[in-house]
Every structure is written in structure tokens, then in C-alpha cells.
Write a protein that binds this ligand. Structure first.
Ligand code: NAG
Ligand code: NAG
Length: 443
């Protein structure tokens, strides 16, 4: 359906004031020959060919009878091709497709000046056809996607301008508003700077966190004011840029490990692990040992800065301490690095590297044949520098002799008579208080 509006004479001129300059020009050119009043028609763009624009003969108050003979016709010109004048009926029709948006662009009004002519006497009639915009164009963005890089440290309130959508239609059919897809972080501020310019900005509402959501996808819809409205969309891809806002975290704050003393260089002790959710160097971790001057054994260990593997690099000596507390630092490689610490308690396991030393501190050279059970013959001290089981001592009297060893206190022992002594059977007894594996002493 096409709507044709007809406005006549002075009223029409007043309505379509943009047409005035051309009207004046023609008035000067054809002074005296322009008929009284001005005819202005209105027709929608894209109206079908054949659509009636108006009864030109009637509106120009021309007599239908002699129109044909007088050569009633449209005067050649750029706009003539769009119209057809029926010389029998005097009616003006659409002949060709009229695209207002191509003809008049952003101009709010679109008036096509036309002339009709009759001979005998020669008369030129000026009239105009006002092309009415219809909402035949959809708002479109130049590019379907726009990328943003926004730092995760951006403050709420920061603004990011959006590209404008273009709509070839004018007035109320042009872009009137923008809408933003539902999301947690951004809102849209739409600014209307008059009839033709509506623009929008993204406004950050809630602080970003790259570690939670590294990319946010949004859709902005541009809507025109047509009835019904048309709309076009653009996808916004917001890449959240990392800042070093996370401290490395150790998987365990306290670890326990064991290593035997004198372990060979390079022996693995334990591997520590810390993680940092930041991106790139902000999340890359270097491990190191925090030196503590008080504990020498710390120097016997080293850590691989990349893997966190602690190994032996020196002499681990149990006798210096049964356990070592190593403090490990995990530091990220950001411009402003952040660090965390953990403790590794390394228990040093003694190995049986010391022979028991037996010393006889008191010796009775002779024992009476009738010495009673329990008579002390000698006192023995045994020393073993090893710890734990390796330092535990067992003293035994070899063979079956009438003596036994008694533990008196810690590593002090006594050799006592245990059974009848028969001088005639043992002239000089030979006993060997004996530690099982290593040492013996002849008494
Ligand atoms: C976003 O950052 C990346 C990487 O630094 C860069 O290649 C790209 O051009 C940036 N994009 C915009 C829209 O600034
Ligand atoms: C001395 O000890 C031995 C071995 O235990 C025992 O056979 C003996 O009867 C004891 N003698 C005395 C007098 O108690």
C-alpha cells in the first residue's frame, strides 16, 4: 500500500520550506510565466510504479479537453525519469523506483522539483514532489565485532565509547536508541545530541577480575524509531588485561621430609609447589631458599628455582642438628613481584657411622675364688655417637663364663660375678664384653 499526500498552494510551501530556494530560482527564471500558487505532492519512497502521485492537470487548473493538443508534458530533467504524466487524464504516476535515501541522503527533507509545459500559449508550471522517508533501512554497524582491552584494575565509572550504528533513513526512522545485553559489569549510557546523532558509551559498573572471567562478550543493539522499529547488533568482546593482583599460594604451608646424613650431592629431598592465577609473568613463579644464618645445615640444601625441587648440595651432618627448618620463597615474575613463603622441616636420619667405643674405667685385677654373685669386677663405659637405634648398645659376655654385664646408668655398665668361680678351672678368664657388630675389648 502506498500513501500519497497532496498538499496545495501556499499551505504546501509553508510545510515544505526546504523547497523554497529552488522555487525562488525558478521564479526568477520564468518570471511571469509561473502559475498562481504552488503544487507540492508527497509520495512515499519505494512506492510501486503506477502509483498515483496527483492530478496535475486539475491542480494546475488546466482544461482536460485540449491538454493533448497543447502538448502537455513533463520537461526533461534529472527527476523526470521517476514520473509519468498521462496527457489524457492529467494524472501524474510513479514510473520508476524512488529511493529517498540514495537521492537525498541525510537531508531531512527530499523535494524533487519538476516542470510541466503546455504550448499555445507557452506556459511552464513548476511543481514539486516531496519524497517521504519510509523505514526501509536497518541500523548497521560498520563492523560486526568490536574488541576492547580493559585492565582488571579499571575503576567503576570508566567509560568506553562505542561505534555508532548507521541507518540510511532519516528523522524518526533513524537510530534512536542503543541497548546492551544483560551482564554483570557494564551499563550503557546513551547520549542524544539532537535528531540525527545518538551515541552510546559502555560504563563499567562493577570491578573486573580477570582470574574469574578473562573475556566478557556483550551485544549492543541499535534500534531506530520506525514503526515497527528495525534493529542491528554489534558484538563486543572485552579482553580483561591482567594485573599482578594475586600472591602465589603454596599447596601446603608446612612440609616434612627426611634425608639421611651424608646423603650424596644431588639427592632429592622434597618438591614444593606454589601457584599463582595471574597471567604470564605475573603468574610465573621462581623458588628460592631464604637463608637463615643460625642454621648451618640450610646451606647443605638448594632449590631449583623453576621446579621447586629441594636437593642436597653439601654435607648433611646429623651431628650438627637432627632437623633443619628450611624457608622457601615463591615469588612471581611480575613488574611488581609478589611473594609467599613455606616451611620445610627436614629430619636428618642418622646412619650407623660410628663404632661404639668401650673404655674400662676401673679394673680389679684379681677376684677371689669365693667372690659372691654380684661382686663388681670392673666398670665399663661405652660410647656410640650414633643416634637412635644406631646408638643403642648391647653388652654381652661371650661364651659361658661366671660373669655378667649390668647396665648401671645410661651408658655405664658394670661387670659382676655371676656364678661360682673355680680357680682350678679358669686361671685367667678371658671375657669380651661385646657390642654385637663392631667392638670388643679383651679384659
Ligand atoms: C588488545 O591487546 C592486544 C595484545 O596486547 C593487541 O594485539 C590488540 O591490538 C589490542 N586491541 C585493542 C582493540 O586495543
Ligand atoms: C649365682 O648365679 C648363678 C647363675 O644365675 C646361679 O646358678 C648360682 O646359684 C648363684 N649362686 C648363689 C650363691 O646365689
Amino acid at each position: 500500500m502506498n500513501i500519497v499526500f497532496v498538499f496545495k498552494r501556499n499551505m504546501a510551501i509553508a510545510l515544505v520550506h526546504d523547497c523554497l530556494p529552488t522555487i525562488l530560482l525558478y521564479m526568477l527564471f520564468f518570471f511571469g510565466s509561473i502559475a498562481d500558487g504552488q503544487v507540492v505532492y508527497s509520495v512515499s519512497e519505494e512506492a510501486n510504479p503506477g502509483t498515483t502521485v496527483g492530478n496535475l492537470a486539475k491542480d494546475l487548473k488546466l482544461n482536460l479537453q485540449d491538454l493533448h493538443n497543447r502538448g502537455f508534458q513533463l520537461v526533461s530533467g534529472t527527476n523526470k525519469r521517476y514520473f509519468d504524466l498521462n496527457t489524457k487524464t492529467g494524472i501524474l504516476h510513479i514510473k520508476d523506483r524512488i529511493d529517498r535515501d540514495e537521492l537525498c541522503g541525510r537531508s531531512l527533507t527530499c523535494c524533487l522539483p519538476l516542470e510541466a509545459i503546455v504550448n499555445v500559449p507557452l506556459n511552464v508550471y513548476r511543481f514539486e514532489v516531496n519524497i517521504i522517508d519510509i523505514n526501509d533501512n536497518t541500523p548497521t554497524f560498520r563492523s560486526p565485532v568490536k574488541y576492547f582491552n580493559i585492565s582488571e584494575s579499571a575503576f567503576p565509572g570508566e567509560r568506553f565509547p562505542l561505534p555508532n550504528a548507521f541507518d540510511a533513513d532519516v528523522g524518526s526512522n533513524s537510530v534512536k536508541s542503543y541497548k546492551l545485553s544483560a551482564n554483570e559489569h557494564f551499563s550503557l549510557d546513551v547520549q542524544s545530541g539532537g535528531e540525527q546523532s545518538v551515541s552510546a558509551e559502555l560504563v563499567l559498573q562493577k570491578a573486573l577480575d580477570r582470574e574469574k572471567q578473562p573475556v566478557i562478550q556483550l551485544t549492543v543493539t541499535a534500534v531506530d524509531g520506525g514503526k515497527p522499529p528495525r534493529s542491528g547488533t554489534i558484538n563486543l568482546i572485552v579482553n580483561i588485561e591482567d594485573v599482578n593482583d594475586n600472591i602465589p599460594v603454596f599447596s601446603k604451608p608446612l612440609l616434612k621430609a627426611r634425608v639421611v646424613e651424608n646423603a650424596p650431592l644431588g639427592t632429592s629431598v622434597i618438591q614444593v609447589h606454589a601457584s599463582d592465577p595471574d597471567e604470564g609473568l605475573n603468574g610465573e613463579i621462581a623458588y628460592s631458599l631464604v637463608s637463615q644464618d643460625s642454621d648451618n645445615n640450610v646451606d647443605a640444601f638448594s632449590i631449583d628455582s623453576e621446579t621447586g625441587l629441594i636437593t642436597v648440595k653439601g654435607t648433611v651432618d646429623y651431628e650438627k642438628g637432627a632437623a633443619v627448618e628450611i624457608r622457601v620463597q615463591a615469588k612471581d615474575k611480575g613488574l611488581k613481584p609478589r611473594a609467599a613463603y613455606c616451611k620445610v622441616l627436614v629430619e636428618i636420619m642418622d646412619i650407623n657411622d660410628n663404632r661404639p667405643e668401650i673404655s674400662v674405667t676401673s679394673l680389679v685385677n684379681t677376684v677371689k675364688e669365693d667372690a659372691a654373685n654380684g661382686t663388681v669386677v670392673s666398670m665399663i663405659t661405652v660410647l656410640d655417637n650414633d643416634a637412635g637405634k644406631n646408638g643403642e648398645i648391647q653388652l654381652k659376655v661371650r661364651d659361658s663364663l661366671p660373669f655378667k654385664v649390668q647396665n648401671s646408668y645410661k651408658n655405664y655398665y658394670t661387670l659382676v660375678v655371676n656364678g661360682p668361680l673355680d680357680r682350678e678351672r679358669f686361671t685367667r678368664t678371658q671375657t669380651f664384653p661385646n657390642k654385637e657388630k663392631t667392638a670388643g675389648r679383651k679384659l
